[in-house]
Design a protein around this ligand. Structure first.
Ligand code: NAD
Ligand code: ZN
Length: 347
């Protein structure tokens, strides 16, 4: 079968011919119907040899951690689903046995790393191929009548902002202001989710004028360039005073500077982007009661909730479709900021 693989550090991904994997005991073989391209893949492919070896992901590795497909074959003992079922894959799987996993927050399983349990496409072969293996039927969410291409990105670009926003619902009261920094795959979902889940005024920031128009189209009340005037523009639009929450889908020095300038008592600074920045924290180093959070992906019940929002037309992913052969071009466009919404590869 064809697969889009990351083959050597620092080089673009390649379409290669690889064997169709066979499901082991308890596992499920999916025929992939759609796979999403995430900036986290670009982040991983942008690491140097030393940084990459710290992750320990073996290469070559098939990319893609957003996956939907149809059950093709069940390994011995796998039950609860049937051949032909359309399903979405829950990516941030945990050990499945501990207290966190029992609560559904497998994304925070404290044992996953030690047990070398990885999401598809981030440590083991992922979804950008004609077929993929899923370790356990519990990781599959029924897709029902939903369109695979239109919904595959809900598994990460939808789930991650949903989880990030749910953690701040206590401060996102009607009359509050929420800021979304970076209106790409995740950010355009965040804008819609804030409108659906809260009564906050939603302000989007991006470095691209096209993305600002896009942000308004998907529901932002205001959209401004992300530069050192951003704070002044926000004050002019909504008045002075701290914002309730900043959802940062970039995470670098300039963005954190903007985020901190907007914050005050009780502001949530939610750092979702894959970057990292040094900053001052502590009672006298940040506004009283403000919180920094670094949420990771989302829980299994939250993924079901996100699919429910899509099923009831309350959440919509903007997509651009690519074939597997066009996969490298999808990642180039993602890297160069040329996508509107999410790139979806259809094997
Ligand atoms: P994307 O490339 O689709 O979107 C990024 C957006 O940020 C683009 O619109 C770009 O123009 C904008 N941007 C870049 N620099 C900016 C700046 N200085 N100010 C404002 N906007 C700026 O990326 P994505 O797939 O949506 O991913 C967003 C980030 O979230 C990535 O860092 C990714 O690795 C990370 N991520 C984190 C998790 C998690 O679990 N925490 C999950 C998925 C993705
Ligand atoms: Zn991702």
């Amino acid at each position: 079968m064809k697969a889009l693989q990351y083959v050597s550090v620092g080089q673009p991904p390649e379409v290669r011919d690889v064997p169709i994997p066979a499901p082991g005991p308890g596992e499920v073989l999916l025929r992939v119907t759609a796979a999403g391209a995430c900036h986290s893949d670009s982040f991983v492919m942008g690491l140097t040899e030393d940084q990459y070896s710290a992750f320990g992901y073996p290469l070559p590795m098939t990319l893609g951690h957003e996956a939907v497909g149809v059950v093709e074959e069940l390994g011995s003992g796998a039950s609860g689903i049937s051949v032909g079922d359309p399903v979405a894959v829950y990516g941030p799987q945990g050990c499945g046995r501990c207290h966190s996993c029992a609560r559904g927050v497998e994304n925070y399983c404290p044992h996953a790393a030690d047990l070398q349990i990885y999401p598809p496409g981030l440590g083991k072969d992922g979804a950008m191929a004609e077929y993929m293996i899923v370790e356990d039927p519990r990781l599959l969410i029924p897709l029902g009548e939903l369109d695979p291409v239109a919904t595959v990105a809900l598994t990460d670009a939808g789930l991650t902002p949903y989880h990030a926003i749910k953690g701040s619902l206590d401060v996102l009261i009607p009359g509050s202001v929420a800021v979304v920094i970076g209106v790409g795959g995740l950010g355009h979902m965040a804008v819609q989710l804030l409108r659906t889940l809260t009564g906050a005024t939603v302000i989007a920031l991006d470095i691209s004028q096209t993305k600002l128009d896009f942000a308004r189209e998907v529901g932002a009340h205001h959209a401004f360039l992300s530069d050192d005037q951003a704070g002044a523009r926000i004050t002019a639009a909504v008045g002075p005073g701290p914002v309730a929450a900043v959802f940062d889908f970039v995470t670098n020095e300039p963005v954190l500077k903007i985020a901190r300038s907007l914050s005050g008592p009780l502001t949530d600074l939610v750092l979702v982007g894959a970057g990292s920045v040094e900053t001052t924290v502590g009672l006298l180093g940040q506004p009283f009661g403000s919180r920094f959070r670094a949420p990771y992906w989302g829980s299994r019940p939250e993924l079901m909730e996100v699919f429910e929002l899509a099923r009831t037309d309350q959440l919509r992913v903007e997509t651009e479709s690519f074939s597997l052969d066009q996969g490298p071009e999808a990642y180039r466009k993602l890297h160069d900021g040329e996508l509107r919404g999410r790139a979806v590869v259809i094997p």
